[in-house]
Write a new protein. Structure first.
Length: 210
């Protein structure tokens, strides 16, 4: 088992790229810390309840909460699998926790997108509250405006995707997460792809460098 870390600002396309690659390659496993946390929130687990307040405010969930969830996934992943780790680590402390797990990091791939494009992307996000399918009003619109293609539920805007929260999330990213770029560059495993290209191109370039 190897780990490829996805780096990039919220809205850079990390989850979209990782999900696409995992769906097309049986030996790739997409592990999203955000999905793990949202699942815990939806189920009302103790960690989910604690994490909810941080997520809705656009702040980072405490390291101990997310680290335990990631540890469990790493422990259960065996064989010839490359884990696409999306959303963890989000800071240097989490990067050190990952090192302590002893999981081999093959590479860290930065999906590079300017802030102004990030803000436009996130403002257009829509999510199905029932089946969790994701859409975008410009880039991935549903067949019927405001309605999920999969289950027919009315689409919603996540609280952490509203414009003010997005600005806060970018501030947090630049202060807390961006230092990981140099961290992995110093280790000689950093790769970079342009994140403003069409998703198929980004995915192709990602898998080429990872």
């Amino acid at each position: 088992m190897n780990i490829v870390i996805l780096l990039g600002a919220p809205g850079s396309g990390k989850g979209t790229v990782a999900g696409k690659l995992a769906a097309e390659n049986a030996n790739l496993k997409h592990v999203s810390s955000g999905d793990l946390l949202r699942g815990a929130v939806a189920k009302g687990t103790p960690s989910g309840i604690e994490a909810k307040g941080f997520m809705e405010a656009g702040k980072l969930v405490p390291d101990a909460l997310i680290a335990q969830m990631i540890k469990d996934v790493v422990a259960e992943t065996t064989g010839d699998v490359t884990m696409l780790l999306d959303g963890f680590p989000r800071n240097l402390a989490q990067a050190k926790i990952l090192e302590e797990m002893g999981a081999p990091v093959k590479s860290a791939v930065l999906i590079d997108v300017p802030d102004e494009i990030i803000q436009d992307r996130i403002a257009g996000r829509r999510t199905c509250p029932k089946c969790k399918a994701g859409y975008h009003v410009k880039n991935l619109p549903p067949k019927v405006e405001g309605i999920c293609d999969v289950c027919g539920a009315e689409l919603t805007i996540r609280k952490d995707d509203n414009p003010d929260t997005v600005k806060d999330r970018l501030v947090v990213y630049h202060g807390e997460t961006e230092p990981l770029i140099k961290f992995y560059e110093d280790k000689g495993v950093l790769k970079t792809v342009v994140g403003t290209d069409p998703i198929d191109t980004v995915a192709k370039n990602f898998i080429a460098v990872m």
